[in-house]
Design a binder for this molecule. Structure first.
Ligand SMILES: [Zn+2]
Ligand SMILES: [Zn+2]
Length: 391
């Protein structure tokens, strides 16, 4: 099913309720609750808000009977926030201000910005309307505590259903927060968390692994499939495969450029790097970052080099071997002026090698920018439970 980029997803609805009690001895207490009756999915999270109305911590809402973590300041107010109508939450990175969606505002682990990797507690990623909701909630509750009379109980409700239903004719109050679809949805291969990001490549917001290598693998699976079905030629397969590799490699290197402090000359070299120039790419990645792209693949080096040169000939020279190709590609079997007849076997082999190279780049990248282990461990435990049950 295709969905539209950047379209609004409504709030899941429901009612936040405060029951404020002013007892005979002049003591005020309140209880909070959230009820939801519509058939849409809902997740509920808790945020600690400062009495001045801003978020200041996450609430670890454990199972029934488990106490919550204490608030970061005394007199903090526990705010209950429901998801969008798909059970997801929108986030805005406090640094780059770009949006993304996940299935949680987690309290047990930090969020990672999918775009530039900033990692911080998740309440820092609230969107402006989510922040308005929090200050509205805190405001209503403190008014309620002032208005309740001695020896009585009063109930205050924020009705998100009523606000959602009112959208058609009236402008919505600014505390009605929604979320916005982005462009690429993926489940992280390491932690299985849901992500929805702008563009195509990004960090998983939950564990901080990149989706880039997996994205290339999937794209190349499709290319391979088209080759097998005879939809595209081996020559076009090589072109597409190398272009996929080029953009995936550029994504990793782009992260190095933006996150690793470096001299301008080094930055320029990286920015101008053409990733299908294997010798140059390899020459730069080793001394700059200690990354060996061809780890365990020394025997395949000349084949990959040759195929990268061929891709250039397919792209720019109509598939006819140029003098430069003959001189530099290391291909002994082709004379200048000959039309290169690409084979399906070569194309398949190249795809395998490109996937292995991008996987190496990904693994080495994670050594420099280590992922957050919490969600990965949870997923590992889940997988081993499934295996046990199947056994
Ligand atoms: Zn960011
Ligand atoms: Zn993940």
């Amino acid at each position: 099913m295709s969905r539209k980029d950047f379209s609004e997803i409504g709030h899941t609805g429901g009612k936040a309720t405060f029951t404020v009690k002013y007892d005979r001895n002049g003591h005020i207490s309140y209880r909070i609750g959230y009820s939801h009756s519509s058939p849409t999915p809902m997740s509920l999270v808790g945020i600690y808000a400062h009495p001045d109305g801003f978020a200041c911590g996450n609430i670890k809402m454990g199972g029934i009977g488990q106490p919550w973590n204490p608030p970061p300041f005394p007199n903090c107010i526990a705010v209950l926030m429901a998801s969008d109508s798909h059970g997801k939450f929108g986030h805005e990175c406090p640094e780059c201000h770009k949006h993304f969606r996940t299935d949680n505002i987690p309290a047990a682990f930090p969020l990672t910005c999918p775009y530039y990797g900033l990692r911080a507690e998740s309440y820092h990623y609230l969107t402006p309307p989510q922040k308005s909701y929090i200050s509205h909630y805190v405001g209503l509750l403190s008014e309620g505590c002032e208005d309740v009379s001695l020896d009585s109980t009063s109930e205050i409700v924020i009705d998100m259903n009523a606000v959602a239903d009112a959208v058609s004719d009236k402008p919505r109050p600014d505390f009605y927060y929604t979320s916005t679809t982005q462009q690429t949805e993926f489940r992280c291969t390491e932690c299985n968390s849901y992500n929805d990001i702008r563009g195509r490549y990004g960090f998983c917001a939950s564990c901080g692994c990149k989706n880039t290598a997996e994205s290339q693998r999937k794209a190349l699976d499709e290319v391979r499939d088209q080759l097998v079905k005879g939809v595209i030629s081996p020559m076009d397969t090589v072109k597409k495969a190398v272009s996929e590799f080029d953009s995936a490699a550029r994504d990793y290197v782009g992260q190095f450029i933006s996150q690793v402090p470096m001299k301008e000359s080094r930055r320029n070299q990286l920015e101008q790097l053409l990733f299908h120039n294997l010798d140059k790419f390899d020459e730069i990645m080793k001394p700059f970052f200690g990354i060996n792209l061809l780890k365990g693949m020394d025997a395949d080096r000349s084949f990959i080099r040759k195929m990268f040169f061929r891709r250039h000939v397919y792209e720019h020279d109509g598939g006819v071997a140029t003098a430069r190709y003959v001189r530099e590609s290391g291909d002994q079997d082709i004379e200048e002026g000959t039309l290169i007849r690409e084979t399906a076997e070569n194309a398949h082999k190249l795809i395998g090698h490109l996937n292995r190279m991008i996987k190496t780049l990904d693994t080495e990248f994670n050594e420099i920018f280590p992922p957050e282990p919490f969600c990965i461990q949870i997923e590992k435990d889940r997988q081993s439970r499934i295996k046990k049950n199947d056994a």
